[in-house]
Design a protein around this ligand. Structure first.
Ligand code: 0RA
Length: 650
């Protein structure tokens, strides 16, 4: 510490902390909440809800209600003990005011409670306050109601008593500062996916989401309730709802090793995918980490030992690999770590080394018991693992074939690829186009300097239902790999991607704006989601948005992307008169000529690309398995509800 800083610290640590809190957060919001876009906006809600979840985990609260108010303000109400409002001796102001205005002050009034929740960045409610143009906290405690309001984190008046009540709890209402955030509208689906996840991760808590912006046909606000009695067991059932289970029961394991609580629920299905979702202190660790590594180790070792002892592997001529034990596995792992170290690009990778051994030990012990007690399930699992190993063996041959064909050693790009001339991947775009005919139009319309075109024939393989070697047999999929320039993975890690070899940093799916096109778009997205997830996580995958209508009158014309735009264009052309306006509905890309396709859909200065992001891993997994699986009714329901080709921003 410098002399100057030391002096400042001894001068008055607290007051400096306050200044740092408010101003630093507003100056560099992204440092505290990740970003100032959609994610950051929603993160504010999670931060506030996390405080209520902590209160519930401490055993003092069982109901949390989140409201989206008509102006996109948020209100979070819980029935906990209420934030203390008494005077804080050292600070000479109310404890509530300290909690609301001092960075990281949240937990320090309650030394007994073991903080396990706490948002991704663990910044606390004062951070939300600093980033809100207005915030109001109401505390119901000891028969009284206290309130304080803030503007941009600064109290508007000292905490005051405004009445009496026999209720208990805290109500936090905040309006995100419109001058800080790039977006201002809350997504019901995003909030509901998170609350559902929280309900499963923390059984016994009643969570409600109410949207006061919209009413249903009975004039009631749209709302959804989330409550889980069995926690992770139900979570896994929900995730695997449209898959065919291999064993009847969900395997549930809870334990504590080295004071690290570990809970795991897992089930095997007849698919070929691995779906493991891991959480640390209720945070989804997308990038995995030591807890996941520990789980994999424990699972592999225990299943291998059981399979070897049962004699099932005696006749195999090759080793079973780790992946084989996870094919068709859906699992949720939840650990609670007192001082988590988050690493990785998006700070969602657990770094604490001690957690690896703890989870490994917990899994080994509990799974061994389970297998001994459930020999029928154990046999099903072992049979499946052996089948997976045999398929992997076959897949290796297919992979070697593809790699030998030279695609990965520099030459041999697919014949159907119309490549661009630039070799600067960061500037290059690859359009994956539905059908040869639209592919031809795109080739004519493109800027060949940086835009490459790969036409895809009809419906590409549904990877959700195909085994690995079938996937590599598929010509369209091989063409995608070779055009992109990435490897198919190694035997150790079949999904590993060598992104440094990627030839285009924008991969743009361009399909017809009709039901077939939406299906093809979803098939392609499923392929990327299951086999090239790193590419999505790096923000390289996009969807093109061709216009739905061309509205014409005389020499004038307007392209329209929505019904509202079409109506407005027709109105404008009519200008109150009874003249005829020509409206052309574009059903397919083929109805546009090269120039139109360029103008509306491909020209970077004019087009709209939708970036594919994974907002909620668990929800994305469920949606893909449902959309691409065998179970038709839920798929139809989802498509009807979401008009899937208009919006699938998973
Ligand atoms: C610290 C101490 C106590 C309550 C809370 C924090 C608390 C914080 C939040 C934030 C949202 N809802 C909350 N509910 C409670 C009270 C300690 C006591 O009464 O002894």
């Amino acid at each position: 510490m410098s002399e100057k800083k030391k002096a400042a610290a001894s001068y008055s640590a607290e007051s400096i902390q306050v200044l740092e809190g408010l101003e630093a957060v507003r100056k560099r919001p992204a440092m505290y909440i990740g970003d100032i876009g959609v994610k950051g906006l929603h993160h504010l809600v999670y931060e506030v809800v996390d405080n209520s979840i902590d209160e519930a985990l401490a055993g003092h609260c069982d109901t949390i209600e989140v409201r989206i108010l008509p102006d996109n303000s948020i209100s979070v109400k819980d029935n906990g003990r209420g934030i203390p409002v008494d005077m804080h001796a050292k600070e000479k102001r109310s404890a509530l005011e300290v909690v609301m205005t001092v960075l990281h002050a949240g937990g320090k009034f309650d030394k007994d409670s073991y903080k396990v929740s706490g948002g991704l960045h663990g910044v606390g409610v004062s951070c939300v306050n600093a980033l809100s143009s207005h915030m109001r906290t109401e505390v119901y405690r000891d028969g009284k109601i206290h309130v304080q309001e803030y503007a941009m984190g600064k109290p508007l008046y000292p905490v005051k008593e405004i009445g009496t009540s026999d209720q208990r709890g805290t109500v936090q209402t905040f309006t995100p500062d419109a001058s800080i955030f790039q977006v201002h509208e809350y997504s019901f689906d995003t909030l509901s996916a998170r609350l559902r996840e929280l309900a499963y991760l923390n059984k016994g808590i009643k969570l409600t989401l109410i949207d006061e912006r919209h009413k249903d046909e009975n004039e009631a606000f749209i709302q959804e309730h989330f409550f889980s009695e069995q926690g992770l067991v139900e979570f896994v059932r929900y995730l695997d709802g449209t898959r065919q289970p291999l064993i009847e029961d969900v395997i549930h394991m809870t334990g504590e090793k080295q004071s690290i609580p570990v809970e795991i629920a897992m089930v095997y299905n007849d698919s070929f995918n691995e779906n493991i979702h891991s959480y640390v202190n209720n945070i989804n660790t997308h990038e995995g980490g030591t807890h996941l590594a520990g789980f994999r180790r424990g699972l592999t070792r225990t299943l291998k030992k059981y399979a070897d002892n049962s004699g099932a592997t005696a006749k195999l001529k090759f080793e079973i690999s780790g992946d084989d034990f996870r094919e068709g596995l859906t699992a949720v792992i939840s650990v609670k770590v007192a001082e988590p170290q988050f690493e990785g690009q998006t700070k969602t990778k657990l770094g604490n080394n001690e957690v690896m051994g703890a989870v490994d030990m917990a899994v080994s012990e509990m799974l061994e018991n389970y297998l001994e007690e459930h020999p029928k399930d154990a046999k099903q699992i072992v049979d499946k693992v052996i089948l997976a190993a045999q398929a992997r063996h076959a897949a290796r041959k297919a992979r070697e074939l593809v790699q030998r064909k030279g695609a990965f050693s520099g030459g041999g790009l697919p014949g159907k690829l119309a490549d661009c001339s630039s070799r600067d991947a960061s500037a290059c775009e690859l359009f994956l186009v539905e059908g040869d005919s639209a592919g031809g139009t795109a080739k004519q319309g493109r800027n060949r300097e940086f835009q490459a075109i790969l036409p895809l024939r009809g419906k590409i393989l549904n990877v959700e239902k195909a085994m690995q070697h079938k996937i590599l047999d598929n010509e369209e999929i091989r063409n995608i790999y070779t055009a992109l320039g990435v490897h198919i993975g190694t035997e150790d890690d079949p999904k590993a991607l060598n992104l440094e070899k990627l030839r285009y940093h924008k991969i743009i799916i361009m399909c017809d704006a009709d039901v077939d096109g939406s299906h093809i778009q979803t098939l392609i997205m499923t392929f990327f989601y299951r086999h090239m997830q790193a590419l999505i996580e790096n923000g390289y995958l996009y969807i093109a948005t061709p216009p739905l209508y061309l509205v014409r009158k005389g020499g004038q014309q307007v392209y329209c992307w929505t019904e509202a735009e079409r109506e407005a264009a027709v109105e404008k052309f009519k200008a109150g008169k009874e003249t005829s306006v020509n409206v052309q509905r574009y059903k397919g890309l083929g109805e546009m000529n090269a120039e139109q396709l360029w103008e509306t859909t491909m020209d970077p200065s004019n087009r709209t690309l939708r970036q594919v992001t994974i907002e909620n891993g668990a929800e994305a997994d469920r949606i893909f398995s449902m959309l691409m699986g065998d179970d038709v009714p839920p798929r139809r329901e989802f498509i009807e509800k979401n008009a899937v080709y208009a919006k699938l921003d998973v």
